[in-house]
Design a binder for this molecule. Structure first.
Ligand code: ZN
Length: 189
C-alpha cells in the first residue's frame, strides 16, 4: 500500500510516506468544482515540536490544486504529520504520549535526551490528548466505535491497544484513524 521504504527509514520517513500515499489518492480524484485534473501544490509549514532537524521535504504540507486556469480550487488531503491548527507533529505527540505511559525516571531522562523537551512540555502534550482531543467533534463521533469505551484518561495508549498487530502497525493504524482531524474538515482544535 505504501511506497517502499529503506530498511533504515525513520518514523518521520514513514509518516511522510503515508502522507504521500494520501496525496496520491487525492490526486486520482478530479477537481470537485469543475472536474478538471488536479496537480501538486505543496506549501511550507513548519511543524512545532520537531524532534530533530529533518530534510526540507518534511516541512511541506502536501496539497493539490485544480490545474485549470481560473479555477485553481485547492484540495488538501489528510495528513498524518500535522494535527490541525496546532501544527504539532502527530508523531511527536503520539510517541511522547506513548512513552509517557509508565514513565519511570530513567525513561523520562532518555526521552528528554531524545526529544529535548522537559516535563512541562510533555505534560502539555498529554493535556492536549486529555482535554483538546476529547473535545473535538471528530472524537465525539468516533468514540462510539469503541466498545467497551476507550478510557479517555489514558489516551492515546487506550486507543492504540484497540488496533491489531505489532506496535508499529498499531501506530500507523492510529495515525490513519486520526487523519480526518488533519484534513481540514474539523476546525475545533
Ligand atoms: Zn477546478
Amino acid at each position: 500500500m505504501y511506497p517502499a521504504l529503506p530498511a533504515n527509514a525513520t518514523f518521520d520517513d514513514l509518516l511522510l510516506a503515508c502522507d504521500s500515499d494520501l496525496a496520491d489518492q487525492a490526486r486520482r480524484q478530479r477537481c470537485l468544482v469543475c472536474g478538471n485534473a488536479v496537480h501538486s501544490d505543496n506549501y511550507p509549514r513548519k511543524p512545532r515540536g520537531r524532534l530533530r532537524k529533518l530534510p526540507l521535504e518534511h516541512d511541506l504540507r502536501l496539497s493539490l490544486c485544480c490545474a485549470r486556469h481560473g479555477c485553481r480550487k485547492r484540495k488538501t488531503p489528510p495528513s498524518l504529520r500535522f494535527l490541525g491548527r496546532k501544527v504539532y507533529l502527530a508523531a511527536t505527540i503520539i510517541l511522547i504520549s506513548i512513552l509517557r505511559e509508565g514513565a519511570t525516571q530513567a525513561r523520562m531522562r532518555r526521552l528528554s535526551a531524545l526529544v529535548n523537551v522537559d516535563r512541562r512540555t510533555v505534560e502539555r502534550w498529554r493535556t492536549w490528548w486529555r482535554d483538546a482531543f476529547t473535545a473535538t467533534p471528530f472524537w465525539r463521533i468516533a468514540r462510539a466505535r469503541f466498545m467497551p469505551p476507550a478510557d479517555e484518561a489514558r489516551l492515546p495508549g487506550a486507543l492504540l491497544q484497540r488496533f491489531a498487530g505489532n506496535s508499529l502497525t498499531q501506530l500507523v493504524a492510529l495515525l490513519r484513524f486520526l487523519a480526518p482531524l488533519t484534513g481540514g474538515q474539523v476546525h475545533a482544535l
